[in-house]
Each structure stands twice: as structure tokens, then as C-alpha cells.
Design a protein around this ligand. Structure first.
Ligand SMILES: [Zn+2]
Length: 162
């Protein structure tokens, strides 16, 4: 491997790395690969499979027994691909409230916290489940849902309700 700064050969080492870049203080990436330039001192960190890594961190946070810290609320929100405004819309709170949760000026309610954990564990990628849809729920009076489901080889398929 050549240094991207000076072109000299880089030396590969492995060591643990505290991954504070993700916003959480106590996430250690064990035996991570570092490439250090012998000439100019440039150092590169090799971060393989970032999506899978963030998925694992998000699952661990969502499943931990203790209440969430502000940094964890922010991590899960970002993991879901939401801005503070998006998250506020989804939760039905003001953006200022989201900011207060994330800076620990206010503790999230238990129900909100469970909802965030569930979303982090269950929600499909943002592009498949636009948060605009979540923000729109609960605005009409209750009425029974109308579904038409047809069994097929892979399970069930949703059809347009009559
Ligand atoms: Zn170099």
C-alpha cells in the first residue's frame, strides 16, 4: 500500500480503536487495521462493512436494559436516517424537544423511548418507509383498517382493498 499523501510505503498495524466518531463514548472496535506512512506519518484507519457495523451498534443500543443516554437517542435517530425535524415529525413532538432529549436537558418518556428502540430494530431503510407516512398517522378518527390479503408461494400479498 502506498501513502495517499507522499506515495511512500505504508506499514500495517492492528489495534483497538475507541469509536467515538459514532457519537458514543464506549464502543471499541477490536484489532482494527491502521496503515501508517513511514515517511510522512499519515495514518489511515480501515473501516470495513460500515453498514453492518452501525446496524450492530444500533441493535445493541436498542436492546440495552438501561434508559437511553442523549447520545444514544441521537445515534439511533441518525441510524434511522432522520434529521431532528424528521424525528420530531415522526414522534409528534416539537424539534426543540428532540434537541432537549439529545442534550439530556429532558429525559425521553418511556413510551417514546420504546418506540424509538422498536423503530431502530424493526424499521426498514428510510427509502422503503418514508417517515412522512409515520408523521401522517393518527390524524383521523378511528375506523377499522381494510385489508385484502392473498396467499401465494412466498407468503401473503397485499391487494388493493375493495
Ligand atoms: Zn506519506
Amino acid at each position: 500500500m502506498k501513502c495517499s499523501e507522499c506515495g511512500a510505503t505504508m506499514k500495517v498495524t492492528h489495534r483497538d480503536h475507541r469509536y467515538t466518531e459514532c457519537g458514543l463514548p464506549n464502543v471499541i472496535l477490536a484489532g482494527l487495521e491502521f496503515r501508517t506512512c513511514q515517511k510522512c506519518g499519515e495514518e489511515e484507519r480501515v473501516m470495513p462493512r460500515l453498514t453492518a457495523l452501525h446496524r450492530m451498534i444500533a441493535e445493541a443500543v436498542a436492546e440495552k436494559p438501561a434508559r437511553l443516554t442523549g447520545a444514544e437517542v441521537r445515534f439511533l435517530r441518525k441510524h434511522l436516517g432522520w434529521s431532528g425535524e424528521d424525528f420530531a415529525n415522526v414522534m409528534g413532538v416539537r424539534q426543540e424537544t428532540v434537541s432537549r432529549w439529545e442534550t439530556e436537558k429532558e429525559r425521553m418518556g418511556v413510551v417514546s423511548e420504546r418506540l424509538l428502540r422498536l423503530m431502530a430494530l424493526r424499521l426498514r431503510p428510510v427509502e422503503e418507509y418514508p417517515n412522512e407516512r409515520l408523521a401522517e398517522v393518527g390524524k383521523e378518527d378511528p375506523r377499522p383498517v381494510s385489508l385484502r390479503l392473498r396467499p401465494n408461494s412466498s407468503g401473503w400479498r397485499m391487494e388493493e382493498a375493495a
